[in-house]
Write a protein that binds this ligand. Sequence first.
Ligand SMILES: CC(C)(COP(=O)(O)OP(=O)(O)OC[C@H]1O[C@@H](n2cnc3c(N)ncnc32)[C@H](O)[C@@H]1OP(=O)(O)O)[C@@H](O)C(=O)NCCC(=O)NCCS
Length: 249
Amino acid sequence: MTPYLETPRLLLREFTTDDADLVVQLDSDPDVMHFVTGGEPTLRGEVVAEVLPAWLDYYAQGSGHGFWAAIERATGDFLGWFHLRPGAGHPPGEPELGYRLRRTAWGQGYAVEGSQALIDKAFTELGAARVLAETMVVHTASRRVMEKCGMRVSRTFHQDWAHPIPGDEHGDVEYAITLDEWRAAADGGGAEPAGRRREPRTPDQASSRPSRSASAITSRSGRPRATAAAKASSCSTFTRPAASFTAIA
Ligand SMILES: CC(C)(COP(=O)(O)OP(=O)(O)OC[C@H]1O[C@@H](n2cnc3c(N)ncnc32)[C@H](O)[C@@H]1OP(=O)(O)O)[C@@H](O)C(=O)NCCC(=O)NCCS
């Protein structure tokens, strides 16, 4: 299988139906799921029937967006996943970054390494004008990842979650980096990321994508899993790609 992306230590590849056990195992760790569902695991049946099919739909559309299995190159081990998906409620060209890694992989810079590479790819190959990410205000680790990737707070917001988890009372925060900010960072303009410089494609060059709305299938709070369609956050498990989201050249 052709990798989607490679970094010095990571390989990002498409998920397959054979990956169900890996996803179930990842989501069975309450620490991993703490800011996602309050610690609740994702049921195997849900992974098989809903999560993986939704992820595979992204690849079928060929837009370059989706969820990607993160493999440690040195060992071949599955570390978790990253996503770069259409930002719910945002115009085309504003994809949303997200990540979920096994606890044994935390603290080694993997989240920043994968995220930075995805941001680079969004600007150089996918025609992004802006890359977004969302998390809870109290999720220090996730916020730090975003900051180390050169993203800055664009808004804070409060949302009524069907099943609140501790920290919800402080709200959620959206981070963003624009193409201009990414360019400035790549040129050594003072922002934090190393920013490997490659010439970005403009949104027009990438494709003229029709507008789409990515509906949430699973909420961050997790219950009720299949019916919390109005709830989407960067911590949620997946969104199903809109059928009209077109491929890029
Ligand atoms: C959030 C997550 C992806 C971070 O992954 P990671 O690989 O440990 O992150 P990195 O090693 O790249 O660390 C990035 C920065 O965050 C800091 N950081 C990591 N965990 C932290 C924590 N618990 N508290 C404060 N800072 C933390 C690191 O120290 C580092 O900053 P530094 O270089 O200035 O020290 C990981 O904890 C995870 O998968 N959590 C469960 C799923 C989840 O919550 N996903 C996000 C949903 S919005």
